[in-house]
Design a protein around this ligand. Structure first.
Ligand SMILES: [Zn+2]
Length: 120
C-alpha cells in the first residue's frame, strides 16, 4: 500500500489515487511545517528535480507538465503551470511559470500565504 503522499501506484485506480491525494493535501495544509516544506520543494523544482506525489499540499510542477500524468494549474488563474526551472523561458514563450504554492508568477505576489497574511 502506498502512503498518502505517493503518486498513483501499481493497480491503484486514478480515482483512488486522487482520493488519497486529497487527504494528503488536507493534512499538509494543517501542518506547521507547510512553509518549510514549500521552500524545500521549490528548491528542487528550480533545479528541475520533481518530488513524487503530494508535497507541501500540492503536486510538484517539475516534469509534471511534460509527462502528462498530472497537469498542474495555477490556483489563482487556472493557467497551466510550467516548472520553476522554466523561469528564463517565460517572456520568450509566453509561459505561465510556477512561482511556488501552486501559483504562477503573476498570481503569487497577491495570493501567496505570506501576501495574504499581509507580510512578504
Ligand atoms: Zn496564475
Amino acid at each position: 500500500m502506498p502512503t498518502l503522499w505517493e503518486s498513483q501506484r501499481g493497480r491503484e485506480s486514478k480515482e483512488a489515487a486522487q482520493a488519497r491525494h486529497l487527504e494528503a493535501k488536507l493534512l499538509c495544509l494543517r501542518c506547521p511545517l507547510l512553509d518549510a516544506c514549500e521552500a524545500m520543494v521549490c528548491h528542487y523544482e528550480k533545479l528541475d528535480q520533481g518530488i513524487d506525489g503530494v508535497v507541501a499540499g500540492r503536486y510538484s510542477t517539475a516534469e509534471r507538465l511534460y509527462n502528462k500524468t498530472y497537469i498542474v494549474r495555477c490556483l489563482g488563474c487556472g493557467a497551466t503551470l510550467h516548472p520553476q526551472c522554466a523561469q528564463t523561458r517565460r517572456n520568450r514563450e509566453g509561459l505561465r511559470v510556477h512561482a511556488g504554492e501552486q501559483l504562477c508568477t503573476d498570481c503569487y505576489p497577491r495570493m501567496s500565504r505570506a501576501a495574504r497574511k499581509g507580510h512578504r
